[in-house]
Design a binder for this molecule. Structure first.
Ligand code: 5GP
Ligand code: MG
Ligand code: MG
Length: 194
């Protein structure tokens, strides 16, 4: 089956994504080079936390462009099921392995849509004693935002691309667990889920 035929249009090619990921990696390297980050209370290497599964490719490419020691962990947060509209109630279905206490955490997301997942994760990381939270998301669909996305402890918000209000797949993003391995990000033909 040719999944390329399921794509209405390509938004960002493999080359465009790769170039942007390099820029984000350089920016993060610069920002975290002096004093460990933003937050002076923590000297440990920043901890990169990917939100599974969608962030796995972005995280893998991004950490190779961060020229600093980092630790890497994943958390699984689900609110979508297999549909294309968020249920709005995120829950942790697979917890972090590394203790975030006093760490500068960089949350890596595939896409920020309503903002519910990040708001939930922010409360969670605060409750676990993280000293700061930054966010690095490949895509930002700000047209769909329902809650304010905030960082804390002097953390920053990094974004790859502003995403139009379409359901997109590829480069980690799925529809019903398919299309994650497409090397680009594109709009899924609506007739495939409507
Ligand atoms: P939020 O909690 O911000 O509404 O959405 C978080 C999650 O919803 C994202 O991490 C992603 O897994 C999923 N999501 C939101 N918009 C899209 C989209 O356009 N395409 C895909 N594949 N997933 C999306
Ligand atoms: Mg995600
Ligand atoms: Mg999904």
């Amino acid at each position: 089956m040719d999944f390329n035929a399921h794509i209405e249009r390509i938004l960002w090619t493999e080359e465009q994504i790769s170039a942007r990921v390099s820029e984000l990696g350089s920016q993060i390297t610069q920002d975290f080079s002096n004093s460990g980050s933003s937050s002076s209370s923590s000297s440990a290497a920043p901890m990169v936390v990917g939100v599974a599964t969608g962030a796995f490719l972005f995280l893998a490419d991004l950490v190779r462009k961060i020229r600093l020691p980092v630790s890497v962990d994943f958390v699984r947060i689900e609110s979508y099921g297999s549909g294309t509209v968020s249920s709005g109630k995120p829950k942790i279905t697979c917890d972090l392995k590394i203790d975030v206490r006093d760490r500068n955490v960089i949350v890596v997301e595939d896409i920020v849509d309503t903002g519910n997942t990040l708001l939930f994760l922010m409360d969670y990381l605060k409750s676990k004693g993280a000293s700061s939270m930054s966010v690095c998301t490949l895509l930002n669909k700000s047209a769909k935002r329902k809650v304010n996305v905030e960082v804390f402890g002097g953390g920053k918000f990094y974004c790859g691309f502003e995403c139009p209000d379409n359901f997109v797949v590829g480069y980690g993003l799925d529809f019903a667990e398919q299309y994650r391995n497409l090397p680009y990000v594109g709009v899924l033909k609506p007739e495939l889920y409507q």
